[in-house]
Ligand binder design. Structure first.
Ligand code: G4P
Length: 535
C-alpha cells in the first residue's frame, strides 16, 4: 500500500492514512453463484470486526441474522443490505452486501453507489447471467473497477478460455487472469499463478470449514506432479500472454480490464488470493466529487452520504436506520452534523453497527466505512451530512424501473395516513413515486425495479401507517427519460405513457421493447434517454 500523503495537518494525515487502508467493495452476481458462500469464506480468512445490517442466508440452510420484517423471515431472505467489516493484512475491508434475491430491488443497485470496487462472481457452469449483467451495467456507468472471480471450479463447467471470451464479449472488459486453473472445471487441483509462474496446489478440508491450505511449487515440480493438466494450463496461459491479457493497474482502474481469479468458495479455494488482490489492486477511497464536480478532499472535515434507509426493523419502536458511507474526515459518535438537503442539525448519538438484534456502538469511522445511524427519521437516500465545512454530494441515481402499479387507499377515510405513508416511502426510496397527468384522480404510481418492492411498500403502508392499499398493475416494462417537447407526441403513441417524477423529470413508459423500437424508428427526433441499468 502506498504511503499516506498530501495532508498538511497531523489529524489530516491520520485520516488519509486510514483511508488508504480501506477497501470498500460489493460482490455482484446472479442468485446461486455463491455470494453468501464467498462472504462466509472471506470472513473465515479475515478477522471480522463488525457487521452493519443483516447477513443474509437461505431458509433452512444458514440462519438469517435479521428478523426485521416478517416477510424476510417467511422467505428466508434478506431484503436489506448489510456491511461487513474485517481486517486483512494491514487493510480494513468493508464488504457491502447486495441483496441477491431474484426479485432484487433498487437497494441492490444503490449499494453500488457506495463502493470503490466490485467483485463479479460467476458460476463456472453458467457464465454471465442476467442479474450479473444488470449490476455490471451500474458498475460500468459509475466507472467502478471490477475483479472477476470464476466460482465453482470444483464442479463441471465451461472451459476457462470460453469463459474469458464470454466476459470480453458481453462486458467489453479485457479479462486479465492473474491465476489460471490447473485441471478442468470439476477437477480443480490448483492454479497457475501467472504473476510468477508458480503452482498453488489446494488441499481440500472437510466441508471447506477451515482455511484451505495452499502449497506453492515451482513450475518443474508442478509439471512432475500434475502432468497434462499443468501442460494445458501453461499452454493456455501462454496463449493469453500472446493476446495481451496481462494485468495493467491503470487499465484496471480505468474500467478497461478485469483481473480474473478462479475459485471454489465452498472449498475455500482461491479465497485468500481474492483478499490479497483486493488489498493489492483494488482502489482505496479517493476524494469524492461534490455536486459541482470538484473532488472533496479526504482530509476535509467529516462528510458522508446516505445510500440506504431502512425502516420498520423494530415495529415496537418505529425504528429507522440510515446507512451512510463516510467520504471525508473522521466520524465520531456524538458529533452533531448538518443535513445538507435541509440545513438542519443531526445528532449522531446512536451510531451503530447492527448484528441482527444486537447492536454495537461505533465510536469512530473513516472514509470508506459504513455507519448505521439510528433514529434517522430526518434522513433520506442521497442526503449529504457534513461537519464544519459545507458540501453536497450529487443525488443517488434513480434506476430504471421495470414494473409499475397505481396505488390507491383501500379505505378513503385514511387519506392522511395514505399520503404520509406514500411520502415517507418515496423519501426513503422504497419505491419511486410517479404521477400521471393523464389519469385524472392523481393517484400515485409506484415504479420499481423488482416486484418485491411492491410487497414491501404494501406491507409498510398497512402496518406502519395504518393505510391499507390496493395496487393496480400497469402493463409498462421500460422507462426512458424524456422532455416536455417530446411528451406531447408520446402521449398519443400506442403502448406508451408519460409520467412525472417528484423532481420534475418526465419518464416515458413503454409496454415492451417493440413499441419503443417502432417509435424510435418513426420519430427519431423524440428525446428518449435510457436510464441506468435499462436494457
Ligand atoms: P448466492 O448467495 O449467490 O445465492 O449463493 P450461495 O452462496 O447461497 O450458493 C448457492 C449454492 O451453490 C449453494 O448450494 C452453495 O453451497 C453452492 N456453492 C457455492 N459456492 C460453491 C462452489 O465453489 N462449489 C460448489 N460446488 N458449490 C458452491 P445449495 O445446494 O443451495 O446449498 P447447500 O445445501 O449446498 O449449502
Amino acid at each position: 500500500m502506498s504511503a499516506p500523503a498530501g495532508s498538511t495537518t497531523s489529524a489530516g494525515r491520520v485520516v488519509v492514512g486510514e483511508a488508504v487502508r480501506r477497501r470498500t467493495f460489493a460482490v455482484i452476481s446472479h442468485p446461486d453463484a455463491g455470494k453468501s458462500t464467498l462472504t462466509e469464506a472471506l470472513a473465515l480468512h479475515a478477522r471480522v470486526i463488525g457487521q452493519a445490517g443483516a447477513v443474509h442466508g437461505k431458509a433452512g440452510r444458514r440462519s438469517t441474522v435479521s428478523d426485521w420484517m416478517d416477510m424476510e423471515k417467511a422467505r428466508g431472505i434478506s431484503i436489506t443490505s448489510a456491511a461487513l467489516q474485517f481486517a486483512y493484512r494491514d487493510a480494513v475491508v468493508n464488504l457491502l452486501d447486495t441483496p441477491g434475491h431474484a426479485d432484487f430491488s433498487e437497494d441492490t443497485y444503490r449499494v453500488l453507489t457506495a463502493v470503490d470496487a466490485a467483485v463479479m462472481l460467476i458460476d463456472a457452469a453458467k457464465g454471465l447471467e442476467a442479474q450479473t449483467m444488470k449490476l455490471f451495467a451500474v458498475c460500468k456507468h459509475r466507472g467502478i473497477p471490477v475483479i472477476t472471480v470464476v466460482n465453482k471450479w470444483d464442479r463441471p463447467g465451461k472451459a476457462a478460455l470460453e469463459l474469458m471470451d464470454e466476459v470480453a464479449e458481453r462486458t467489453g472488459l479485457t479479462p486479465t487472469p492473474l491465476t489460471w486453473p490447473v485441471g478442468l472445471a470439476g477437477d480443480f487441483r490448483g492454479v497457475l499463478d501467472r504473476r510468477d509462474g508458480s503452482y498453488r496446489h489446494f488441499t481440500r478440508t472437510a466441508g471447506g470449514a477451515t482455511v484451505a491450505p495452499e502449497e506453492v511449487f515451482p513450475a518443474e515440480a508442478a509439471a512432475a506432479r500434475e502432468g497434462d493438466a499443468w501442460v494445458q494450463a501453461t499452454e493456455e496461459s501462454e496463449l493469453l500472454t500472446e493476446t495481451g491479457a496481462e494485468h495493467d493497474q491503470e487499465l484496471f482502474l480505468a474500467g478497461a480490464t478485469t483481473p480474473v481469479l478462479f475459485a471454489s468458495a465452498v472449498s475455500n479455494f482461491g479465497v485468500g488470493q481474492l483478499l490479497d488482490v483486493l488489498v493489492d489492486l483494488a482502489p482505496a477511497p479517493t476524494a469524492r466529487p461534490d455536486d459541482q464536480g470538484s473532488p472533496h478532499p479526504l482530509d476535509a472535515p467529516f462528510s458522508a452520504f446516505v445510500f440506504k434507509v431502512q425502516a420498520g426493523m423494530d415495529t415496537g419502536h418505529r425504528d429507522r436506520l440510515a446507512y451512510i458511507r463516510v467520504c471525508s474526515g473522521v466520524f465520531e459518535r456524538g458529533m452533531v452534523v448538518t443535513n445538507a438537503s435541509t440545513g438542519r442539525p443531526f445528532a449522531t448519538k446512536y451510531a451503530q453497527q447492527v448484528f441482527g438484534r444486537e447492536r454495537e456502538t461505533i465510536e469512530t469511522a473513516y472514509p470508506g466505512d459504513v455507519v448505521g445511524l439510528v433514529n434517522a427519521a430526518a434522513l433520506g437516500v442521497g442526503d449529504t451530512l457534513y461537519a464544519d465545512q459545507p458540501v453536497t454530494y450529487p443525488p443517488v441515481t434513480t434506476f430504471a424501473p421495470e414494473h409499475f402499479a397505481i396505488a390507491r387507499a383501500a379505505d378513503t377515510s385514511k387519506y392522511k395516513q395514505f399520503r404520509k405513508g406514500i411520502d415517507t416511502l418515496a423519501g426513503e426510496g422504497v419505491v419511486q413515486v410517479l404521477v400521471s397527468d393523464r389519469r385524472g384522480d392523481g393517484a400515485p404510481v409506484f415504479a420499481v425495479v423488482g416486484p418485491m418492492q411492491f410487497e414491501v411498500a404494501s406491507h409498510r403502508m398497512e402496518h406502519e401507517f395504518g393505510a391499507r392499499i390496493s395496487l393496480e398493475p400497469l402493463p409498462y416494462r421500460l422507462a426512458r427519460i424524456t422532455d416536455a417537447a417530446s411528451a406531447g407526441e408520446l402521449s398519443s403513441a400506442r403502448g406508451a405513457e408519460v409520467m412525472r417524477r417528484p423532481d420534475g423529470e418526465l419518464l416515458a413508459l413503454f409496454t415492451d421493447k417493440w413499441s419503443l423500437g417502432v417509435l424510435v424508428q418513426n420519430k427519431p427526433h423524440l428525446t428518449l434517454i435510457p436510464m441506468v441499468a435499462a436494457d
